[in-house]
Design a protein around this ligand. Structure first.
Ligand code: NAD
Length: 278
C-alpha cells in the first residue's frame, strides 16, 4: 500500500510517513537507513546536530533509488542563525549528505533569547531561491514566532515540526497552522517512550480491536489527524511495524478518545520547551 502524501503550501508534496534518525548513532545510520529504504520508507528526517547526515547520504547513494523518489529533510542548528552562517551550514549538510539539494530545510529551534530567528528565516528564503532546498520550514516555533516571521517576510513556512503526541497535542499551534496553510510534523510521535502511552486504554483498546500494536495505533492516529510523522527505531522489525499502518482505519470514536488524552495545561510535554533552547 502506498504511503499517502501531503500537499505543502509551496506546491510541493511530502510523504506523510517517514523515518526520523535522531539518536541513531553515526556508525549505525547507514545500516539503519538502508534497511528503512529496503522496507519501503522514502522520507528521511535528519539534522546537522544529529551527527549522522553522512550515514543517511551513504545509504541513499547505495540504495539505487532515484533521487526524485526520495524525500530528505535536514535542519539548521541553533548556533548558525547569524550573518551568512545559514548558507555555509546548508552547504556543509549537502556535502555530508552527498546531495545537490534537500527537499526540506528547517530552522531547528527559534532560540528566542538570541532574537535571531527572523534573520534565520530570511536566510532560509534565500537558500530556497538559490536552489539548495525545494521547501523551507521551521521547527519548534510557537505561534508568536510564526506570526513574527510571516509578518516580517510574507513567506509562510511549509511546515512546523513540533513535539506532538496524545498527551501533548499543542492545539494552539495546530489550529494556527491549519488556518494559515502550514503542515504539522509530529516529533516524538510515540512520546519518546517517556510515559505509558501504549498502556493507555484508548490506545490499547484500539490495538486489540484492530489486531495492531499500540505503536501502530498511535502512528495511525497521527496520520488520520493529518500530521506528518517519522517514528525512530534502529530495529528492523520495528521499522517494519511502524510502516505497516496503512491497512486499517481508526473509527471517529477511537480518534476522539485518543484526542481526549491531551493534557490541556501542557504538562504532557516530554522534551525541551522552545523558550528553554537557546
Ligand atoms: P519517538 O516518539 O519516535 O520515539 C522513539 C522511541 O520509540 C525509540 O526509542 C524506540 O525505542 C521507540 N519505538 C519506536 N518504534 C516503536 C515500536 N513500534 N514499538 C515500541 N517502541 C517503539 O521519538 P523521536 O525519535 O524523538 O521522534 C521521531 C523523530 O522526530 C526523530 O527521530 C527526529 O527525526 C525528529 N525529532 C525532531 C526534533 C526537533 O526538535 N525538531 C526533536 C526530536 C525528534
Amino acid at each position: 500500500m502506498s504511503i499517502p502524501t501531503i500537499a505543502l503550501n509551496d506546491g510541493n508534496s511530502i510523504p506523510q510517513l517517514g523515518y526520523g534518525v535522531f539518536k541513531v548513532p553515526a556508525a549505525d545510520t547507514e545500516r539503519a537507513v538502508s534497511e528503512a529504504l529496503e522496507l519501503g520508507y522514502r522520507h528521511i528526517d535528519t539534522a546537522a546536530i544529529y551527527g549522522n547526515e553522512e550515514g543517511v547520504g551513504a545509504a541513499i547513494a547505495t540504495s539505487g533509488i532515484p533521487r526524485d523518489d526520495l524525500y530528505v529533510t535536514t535542519k539548521l542548528w541553533n548556533d548558525r542563525h547569524d550573518g551568512d552562517e545559514p548558507h555555509q551550514a546548508i552547504a556543509e549538510s549537502l556535502e555530508r549528505l552527498g546531495l545537490e539539494k534537500v527537499d526540506l530545510y528547517l530552522v531547528h529551534w527559534p532560540t528566542p533569547a538570541h532574537d535571531n530567528y527572523v534573520h534565520a528565516w530570511e536566510k532560509m528564503i534565500e537558500i530556497r531561491a538559490a536552489g539548495f532546498t525545494r521547501s523551507i520550514g521551521v521547527s519548534n516555533h510557537l505561534v508568536p514566532h510564526l506570526e513574527r516571521i510571516v509578518a516580517a517576510t510574507g513567506v509562510v513556512p511549509a511546515v512546523n515540526q513540533i513535539e506532538l503526541h496524545p498527551a501533548y497535542q499543542q492545539r494552539d499551534i495546530t489550529e494556527w497552522a491549519a488556518a494559515n496553510g502550514v503542515a504539522i510534523e509530529s516529533w516524538g510521535p510515540l512520546g519518546q517512550g517517556k510515559y505509558d502511552l501504549f498502556g493507555a486504554e484508548p490506545v490499547a483498546g484500539a490495538a486489540t480491536a484492530h489486531g495492531k500494536t499500540p505503536a501502530q495505533v498511535v502512528i495511525r492516529w497521527h496520520l488520520q489527524k493529518g500530521f506528518i510523522v517519522f517514528p525512530k527505531s534502529v530495529k528492523r522489525e520495528r521499522l517494519q511495524e511502524n510502516l505497516d499502518v496503512l491497512d486499517f482505519e481508526l473509527s471517529a470514536d477511537e480518534v476522539a478518545s485518543i484526542d481526549a488524552m491531551n493534557i490541556a495545561d501542557g504538562s504532557g510535554r516530554v522534551s525541551a520547551h522552545p523558550d528553554e533552547v537557546n
